[in-house]
Write a protein that binds this ligand. Structure first.
Ligand SMILES: [Zn+2]
Length: 227
């Protein structure tokens, strides 16, 4: 039975209880729902939230009301997360858990395992770190990879720097090809052996480090760089 079918079945039972005005046994069904890691898709396609809410309204059992409220609250959070982050973070977390080595590494040490999983998820939800989320969602960073990333690697600053460096380099290379640097016959193109090149020197790193030289061959378009 798929997760969808499982949840749908429970939802139907709850609906019947409400129809018959008898919510005996609802608590067991709610407890069963609590054990399921709900995905946004299941939540939307089964509309189980409405069934649970109907039971909550009808039942006079304190325990049923509390558990129903807790479930609805956690599902609302799932939907809010989706709206905020454009991603089903819980599903993503479940995937990371499933596909990653985290579980194998920490099988016996529950606390460590939970802490590690929590740190992944908080990093994914970090408002200041949209790059990490985007990279994981787009598959640039695999769920296996994120499972083994250090917190430094996940940190927004780190990723921001990597992105900035890449962007700056591509801008420079772009500018080089557009406006041109200095024409020279100092370099030999490895591709066509020609000597008709244009070069630009830029400080890519700190000031006391050597400049990076970007070269473009005007004959074949090959680009390279060296320090
Ligand atoms: Zn060339």
């Amino acid at each position: 039975m798929t997760e969808n079918q499982h949840v749908e079945r429970i939802g139907r039972k709850l609906d019947k209880m409400v129809q018959k005005n008898n919510t005996d046994g609802a608590l067991d069904l709610l407890r069963e729902l609590k054990t399921i890691t709900m995905s946004l898709e299941t939540l939307q396609s089964t509309r189980v939230g409405m069934s649970v809410n109907a039971v909550r309204k009808q039942s006079s059992d304190q325990e049923v009301q509390t558990l129903a409220k807790t479930l609805i609250k956690s599902w609302k959070k799932l939907i809010d997360d989706y709206k905020t982050f454009g991603a089903d973070c819980s599903l993503l977390a479940a995937q990371i858990e499933e596909r990653s080595q985290i579980f194998e590494d920490f099988k016996s040490t529950d606390i460590k395992y939970k802490a590690r999983l929590r740190s992944r998820i908080s990093n994914l939800k970090d408002q200041k770190n949209p790059d990490l989320r985007r990279n994981v969602l787009s598959g640039n960073i695999s769920t296996q990879r994120i499972a083994s990333m250090t917190s430094e690697e996940m940190a927004s600053e780190e990723l921001k720097k990597i992105r900035e460096t890449l962007t700056q380099e591509s801008i420079r290379e772009h500018q080089l090809s557009k406006v041109g640097g200095s024409k020279t016959d100092m370099f030999v193109c490895k591709n066509c052996r020609g000597k008709n090149c244009t070069y630009t020197q830029v400080q890519t790193r700190s000031a006391d480090e050597p400049m990076t030289t970007f070269v473009v061959c005007n004959d074949c378009g090959k680009r390279w760089k060296f320090c």
